[in-house]
Ligand binder design. Structure first.
Ligand code: BTN
Length: 247
């Protein structure tokens, strides 16, 4: 079913929502709205992104009719900032489980995978006024029925409908996703977010390569860093990067 402003507004009421058929990036619209004073919980949704942004300066594909591209405005306490990226992954993992998917896990730091393939990405972006945190835009992209066949992502990415084998209604998915975001936002600052995120991580215990480092992932810390013991025995604390499985 197509996304329409009317259906989305009805499903997400009373939340403030901007819906666009096509945007550059929902995060960019949400960042502007945040600066203009949008209330916490306000949401920007688009059917298609032309310049969707991913982690580490990459682009993120959101073709029309096949995905969710959503950016939620949050105004969290600054000392909970590291948990915002975790809660995005948790809300998407909850969504995957809710629709009946099995083998759902979080690849460090915040990729939700189904059967080892990425179904979503999370991009939190904070705005500061000097030392004061104005707010955070939590961008989430979910592959609902994106077909990666024949692309360079064919082996590593998938879509929830394809894994499930039945059609889903993107408006219903969006409404549930935002309910779970609200739930986890309520838990910010408690151990619940970190504990659930840590519990969902599949990367710990594995031998992997992250940027220039290679070693065994021994764990994570409560700031979301990955702790990797290299082959020379040194423990590296990695704050950002892409994890690839090593030998
Ligand atoms: C990643 O690289 O894994 C993160 C991808 C985040 C994509 C989402 S889609 C909605 C929001 N708008 C953007 O431009 N990016 C995020």
């Amino acid at each position: 079913m197509t996304l329409t402003a009317e259906r989305i507004r009805a499903a997400l009421a009373p939340r403030a929502v901007w819906y666009y058929e096509q945007v550059g990036s929902t995060n960019d619209f949400a960042l502007d709205w945040l600066r203009d004073g949008a209330a916490a919980g306000s949401v920007v949704v688009a059917d298609e992104q032309l310049q969707g942004r991913g982690r580490m300066g990459r682009t993120w594909r959101t073709p029309p009719g096949v995905a969710l591209a959503v950016s939620v405005i949050l105004r969290p306490p600054p000392d909970t900032l590291s948990q915002v990226s975790m809660l995005g992954a948790l809300a998407i993992a909850d969504l995957c489980e809710k629709v009946g998917l099995h083998d759902v896990g979080i690849k460090w730091p915040n990729d939700v995978q189904v059967a080892g393939r990425k179904v979503s990405g999370v991009l939190p972006e904070a705005i500061w006024d000097g030392e004061r945190l104005l707010g955070v835009v939590l961008g989430m992209g979910v592959n609902v029925r994106v077909d990666f066949t024949g692309t360079e992502l064919a082996e590593t990415a998938t879509s929830i409908e394809i894994e499930l084998g039945r059609p889903l209604d993107r408006t219903e998915l969006l409404a549930f996703l935002l309910k779970r975001v609200d739930y986890w936002v309520e838990q910010l600052g408690t151990p619940a977010v970190y504990d659930a995120w840590k519990g969902g991580l599949t990367s710990v215990g594995q031998w992997l390569v992250v940027g220039q480092h290679e070693g065994r992932a021994e764990g994570v810390d409560d700031q979301g860093a990955l702790l990797v013991r290299t082959s020379t025995g040194v423990l590296k604390r990695i704050m950002a990067g892409d994890v690839m499985l090593g030998q």
